[in-house]
Every structure is written in structure tokens, then in C-alpha cells.
Design a protein around this ligand. Structure first.
Ligand SMILES: Cc1ncc(COP(=O)(O)O)c(C=O)c1O
Length: 326
């Protein structure tokens, strides 16, 4: 018999899938690391479990404890699955621009969800950074995860996602392209791949309204770069400790409109029903065309599943209201 001991045993070992129609104009092979095959339908299951196990190991998380996190949904789902199996409670703080589906999904797996306004400064007491920190301080026997600065986040990708990509491409990967939020995925995977072959190029996909690209290029944290944007999952108005700028070769920014339109195109042209940051990621790959040679093997990572976006990027009425389609 071949079975997992519980649902956590199904995390990782996701497929790699060749991109076809959408990348016809590129000279090289483009492969998608398809993370929706994780049980919580996103790459975040990997780091959620790693963060919990590391916190258990050094006593930050104690039996029967409450896990508190500010999460746009996917990390919460991963934490909630592990919490169910391991017997913890969860309180998640989420910003009001996130899709309703994400909030409903977190409640479906037993979490308490607190919704905060998006359009406030990170140090405003109403911001989701501030509220999650405060709940961490006020709730007895609780542990505040802090995926932004928690080193177990990037470590999970260094130990699992990176080695899987190396093995699945038989060491032939030449470029890794991925959306950047907390930075855990790009930093962990990028570090592992560059240790195997320092010539591998690591590109981050950023969004307009986020600080990453300018900070990487100039070293300046420019507050003028910050404004509300629609794209979910990538870009930040802070510099998370998990973003290791030294292993990133460059960033490309994708507009909200392009990210939304390409989220639809992934489904319609490739049969890949994926989240909004996947649309941004593949558009980022197309924008980087000049970087690629015929013999290159480009890996793009898709973070999450389309079901979380049926009220937005997969709703043509919403797409029209936003001015993204005619
Ligand atoms: C949908 C989605 N895409 C991309 C990201 C960015 O990944 P990372 O936080 O590892 O940089 C996240 C998480 O923040 C996400 O939820």
C-alpha cells in the first residue's frame, strides 16, 4: 500500500509542466513549477509546515497553542492544514483587498479571520502588520509566525522547492522567474540553484506600487513607489527579511491589467487554472524575452489556484469594470 500518514505528507513533489502557446514567441524551453498540486492548492504549504515544525522544535509553539499570522490567504491555508493535524488554533489577519473566496476558505478550515483596511501605512495601528503583532502579544499561549522575517520561510524552499527544480530539469535550468511577496520562494530556490550553478539567473516579478524593483536597482527605499494596487500576492510596501536581494539578478514589473489578462490567458490558452500572481509571472517571463537564448531552460513558478479568483480575474463583469477587457 502507498499512502501518506496524513494530509501533510502530500506537500511538495509537485509537477513540472511545459508551457506551449503563450510562450510561442520565446526562443527557449519554458517550464512551469506547478504548485497548486499541494494540498492547500499553493506553494505556501511548504513554508507553513516548515515554520510550524521549526517553532515546535525550539519551543516558540507549545502544545494547544494559537498560531497568529497576517496572511493574504495561502500561508493561512497551509498553516491551518498543519494546525488541524497537529492540534493548534489559528487566528489570521487579512487585508480587505483580498478576495472573499480566500477569507471563506480560511474559515472553512477552522481559522478565525480578522479583516483590516489595505489603504493605511504599515505602522498604522489598523494595518494588518500592526494588528497581527498586537494579537500575538495579547493572546495567551500564542505564537506570531511573521512569514516576512521568519527564516524558516526561505529555508523550506531551499530544502524542497529548489532541489525539486534542479532534479526535474536534470540540472539544465538556466533561469528562474517568480513573483516576489515575502521573498521566501525566490530567496530559498534562488540560493539553492545558484549553489549548484552560479550562472543561473534569478528574476523577480514585481508589481507597480511596490518598492522591490527600485530598491534592488538603486538601494533606495522610495516611498513614492508605494500606492495601492490590484495584483494579489506579490509586491510589498516593506522590505521583508526573507528577500535576499544579493541572489536576485533583476526585477521586472507587471501592470495590474496585464497580470489579470494573463491570468485569464493561462486558463484559456494552456488549460492552467491559476491565481493572479501566475498571470503576473508568465507576463514577466514574456517581458524578459531579450534575456533568453535558444538553449536556455526557463523555470517559472506558479503559486496558487484559480478557484480563489472566480469573483475577480475570472469574472468578466469585474474585468470590464476594472477596464481590463472590452
Ligand atoms: C498568490 C501568491 N503569489 C505569490 C506570492 C509570493 O511568494 P513569496 O511570499 O514566497 O515571495 C504569494 C505569497 O506571498 C502568494 O500568496
Amino acid at each position: 500500500m502507498d499512502y501518506a500518514e496524513n494530509i501533510l505528507g502530500t506537500i511538495g513533489n509537485t509537477p513540472m509542466v511545459k508551457m506551449n502557446k503563450l510562450v510561442e514567441d520565446l526562443p527557449c524551453l519554458v517550464l512551469a513549477k506547478y504548485e497548486t498540486f499541494n494540498p492547500g492548492n499553493s506553494v505556501k504549504d511548504r513554508m507553513a509546515l516548515q515554520m510550524i515544525e521549526d517553532a515546535e522544535a525550539d519551543g516558540r509553539l507549545k502544545p494547544g497553542g494559537t498560531i497568529i499570522e497576517g496572511t493574504s490567504g495561502n500561508t493561512g491555508m497551509g498553516l491551518a492544514l498543519a494546525a488541524i493535524v497537529k492540534g493548534y488554533k489559528c487566528i489570521f489577519v487579512i487585508s480587505d483587498k483580498q478576495s472573499k473566496e480566500k477569507m471563506d476558505i480560511l474559515r472553512a478550515v477552522g481559522a478565525e479571520v480578522v479583516v483590516c483596511p489595505t489603504d493605511v501605512e504599515p505602522d498604522d495601528p489598523r494595518s494588518y502588520y500592526s494588528v497581527s503583532k498586537r494579537l500575538g502579544e495579547e493572546t495567551p499561549n500564542s505564537w506570531y509566525v511573521n512569514q516576512y522575517d521568519n527564516p524558516s520561510n526561505a529555508k523550506a524552499h531551499y530544502q524542497s522547492t529548489g532541489p525539486e527544480i534542479w532534479k526535474q530539469t536534470d540540472g539544465k535550468v538556466t533561469h528562474f522567474v517568480v513573483g516576489v511577496g515575502t521573498g521566501g520562494t525566490i530567496s530559498g530556490v534562488g540560493k539553492y540553484l545558484k549553489e549548484q550553478n552560479p550562472d543561473i539567473k534569478v528574476w523577480g516579478v514585481d508589481t507597480y506600487g511596490s518598492v522591490f524593483k527600485k530598491y534592488h536597482e538603486t538601494g533606495e527605499f522610495d516611498e513614492n513607489e508605494i500606492y495601492p494596487y490590484v495584483t494579489e500576492g506579490i509586491g510589498e510596501d516593506i522590505l521583508p527579511e526573507n528577500v535576499d536581494f544579493s541572489i536576485i539578478d533583476g526585477f521586472t514589473k507587471v501592470t495590474d491589467k496585464d497580470a489579470a489578462v494573463y491570468t485569464q490567458l493561462l486558463a484559456k490558452e494552456e488549460g492552467m487554472f491559476l491565481g493572479n500572481s501566475a498571470g503576473a509571472a508568465i507576463k514577466g517571463v514574456l517581458q524578459l524575452k531579450e534575456q533568453f537564448q535558444p538553449e536556455d531552460v526557463v523555470v517559472v513558478l506558479y503559486h496558487d489556484h484559480g478557484s480563489r479568483y472566480v469573483g475577480k480575474m475570472f469574472n468578466d463583469e469585474w474585468m470590464r469594470e476594472m477596464g481590463y477587457i472590452e
